[in-house]
Ligand binder design. Sequence first.
Ligand SMILES: [Zn+2]
Length: 299
Amino acid sequence: MISALVIDGDQILCEKTATDWLPFGLNIPASSDDHKLSVMESEEAVNSEGFISLHPTDHGQNQAKNLKAQSSDRISAAVSLDYLRARHLTVPKSASFIPFRKLIMSLPTAYYQDLSAAMQLLRWQAHTRFCSRCAAALTPHPSERALLCANCKLTHYPRIQPCVITVVTRANPQTGVTQILLAHHHRYGKPDTDPQYGLIAGFVEVGESLEQAVQREINEEVGLAVSNIRYLGSQQWPYPSNLMAAFQAEFDSGDICVELAELSHADFFDITDLPKIPSKGSIAFEIIQQVIEQDRHSV
Ligand SMILES: [Zn+2]
């Protein structure tokens, strides 16, 4: 038997612990060709559809001891729910699929990285079935985490999309209190009683540097110019497969003019009186906390 995470779209099979829902490794038969491939050829191999070998990050290996496997094997793979169904394997009645967004509020970073990678790889594999150059069917690459076209030999690697997310700061013109720019996006729903706000973010375009993408996104979405752009950190974000590069920038000039196709409202808010912001586990939450900490230390 091997121990595998079970993933259905953006939901992970979990079981209830005393305090929370936690992902666990489900025992699945080790006699499948998938497992032979993963052990004999490459720990990073893409195996048959719906099965991905995992090799947790170094940091993750320590954390993985806490991830409960049904057997003594460490969790070495992730499978899709369709993979289980096709083999007439069932999940325990006590287990439940929990959305990743809900799990990241409480999971340690290492879990986050491995679960996010597994979700992205399974989705990429399911969506990458034919060669984009010659349209022949793709097969697992024998030695890399990739798919190979048997016809034209083109290798297809998993794709990630770079995005920028920026916390724009200024001093409140009346009081001097540090403020951050927040926007209410249409995807958060109607801005009713307790509206959720977020930071300005967007995809990097071909030919742009990250800093140029920061300036363009802020200009397009709220009509402001910013300066003193500084890198804060990054996070993978599996919706669908983004690498979020986070920045801080200072308000430079302009009046807020909201791009109504995407946003319903945007404004500067005192950091002492913020509206509802993205939850813990997201990089937006982390970089807003960084600004709050910076401000606390500068007083
Ligand atoms: Zn091809």
